[in-house]
Design a protein around this ligand. Structure first.
Ligand code: GLA
Length: 384
């Protein structure tokens, strides 16, 4: 080999070696990440006014996806998911500390019950007996009343299963609480899986017939909480009808086809595309198109700025799509960021609103001896 050729060969060899080492190193670090254990840690979050200690649990999977949940209200306070370039970002609205949650908020990240959504005038009749629930929303009952499950301390235990890490929450809702009949024993399990899914499993039993409609109330902004509005997010809802509501958001009983209306999300479109045609913005129960019982995809949301994708799967018949219409910039959230109108959206899997007053809707009555169950999965990915 001539001197010049030797030099060229040497440089070639050096480059090959550097590249090979780089590939091996990155492969090693990836395999280490993949093997990284699922983690759950616990820290104190604060105290309620009556002196009860409240904790904050951090669930983490091998991809770095992190979910923080407090046993006050079962609130998801933080949800860190990767964007298109692998950077983690917090995509749920909320607060940095318990004090701010205690001061009251529009159900950020909370578990909702005994009845998610509205019951007209808080009144219904069951087995010939009239019941009067606490009213907290224009004379109607909303999200379980004055002190719903979003404002109680749940007992908590950590879950480690082959499926993921999680938090098991339990609450005994006493007979008469907020006007509801019967004791209701509720268990909710939040599970973070290696597939970047947040699974929520609900179960409940009662000692008297009672309406039950549990749901989860995270406000998502896939671009990042506090980063503007969600109007440019693209949404697909697997729903060919919705329940028509009156001015106070109580169903009239009519189930209307979405086709030809601003409620048609059967093909993806931006939230902002037709929101101005809907008075107040979207705050409606969509009737999911179902061929069978079981877990089924209900919604898919995509944010082009971050490339984040979210799918919602559920066993429920309905999905409340709420576009944060009552946010007005007056709430300062995490890191001092302000949440503007339409700064987040909720996809609350549930039975239809006011079902106890609409025998034609799927029943929400739980009888003693039976078990209420629902499962909802929020699944995160990026568009490739
Ligand atoms: C639900 C309701 C909305 C509103 C929010 C909380 O999603 O459907 O009307 O009350 O909760 O502000």
């Amino acid at each position: 080999m001539r001197n010049r050729d030797r030099k060229i060969f040497g440089v070639f060899l050096a480059i090959t070696l550097i590249l090979a080492t780089g590939v091996t190193l990155s492969a090693r670090s990836t395999s280490k990440e993949n093997k990284g254990a699922m983690e759950i840690t616990k820290e104190e979050f604060g105290h309620t006014p009556d002196g009860r200690t409240v904790n904050l649990y951090t669930l983490k999977n091998a991809n770095g996806m992190t979910v923080k949940i407090t046993n006050y209200g079962g609130i998801v306070t933080e949800l860190m998911v990767p964007d298109g370039s692998g950077r983690l970002g917090d995509i749920v609205l909320g607060f940095d500390n318990l004090k701010e949650y205690l001061a009251g908020d529009p159900y950020f990240g909370a578990l909702i019950g005994r009845y998610g959504n509205r019951i007209a005038k808080g009144k219904f009749t069951l087995d010939g007996k009239a019941y009067s629930l606490a009213t907290n929303n224009n004379g109607n009952h909303l999200h379980g009343g004055i002190k719903g499950y979003d404002k109680v301390v749940w007992s908590a235990s950590e879950v480690r299963s082959p499926e993921g890490v999680g938090l098991k929450l339990n609450y005994l809702s006493k007979d008469g609480e907020e006007g509801y009949p019967g004791n209701l024993n509720i268990t909710v399990v939040y599970l973070l899986t290696p597939m970047n899914e947040l699974k929520i499993d609900y179960a409940a039993t009662a000692d008297r017939p009672t309406p039950v409609n549990l749901t989860h109330h995270s406000y998502f902004n896939l671009a990042g909480a506090g980063k503007g509005t969600i109007l440019d997010h693209e949404v697909m809802l697997n729903a060919d009808a919705y329940t028509v509501v009156d001015a106070s958001l109580i169903p009239t009983g009519e189930i209307r086809k979405v086709s030809g209306t601003p409620f048609d999300f059967t093909k993806p479109k931006t939230i902002g595309a037709e929101i101005s045609k809907v008075e107040g913005g979207y705050d409606h129960n969509f009737v999911l198109t179902r061929k069978a019982y079981g877990l089924q995809m209900a919604a898919r949301v995509y944010d082009p700025t971050s490339a984040r994708l979210m799918e919602v799967w559920t066993t429920e018949p309905g999905l409340q799509f709420y576009t944060g219409n009552f946010l007005d910039g007056s709430i300062k959230g995490k890191c001092g960021l302000v949440y503007p109108k339409n700064g987040g959206f909720c996809l609350e899997a549930q039975h239809y609103p006011d079902s106890p007053n609409h025998p034609e809707f799927p029943s929400t009555i739980l009888n003693p001896g039976a078990t209420y169950r629902q499962q909802t999965v929020y699944r995160f990915d990026i568009k490739k």
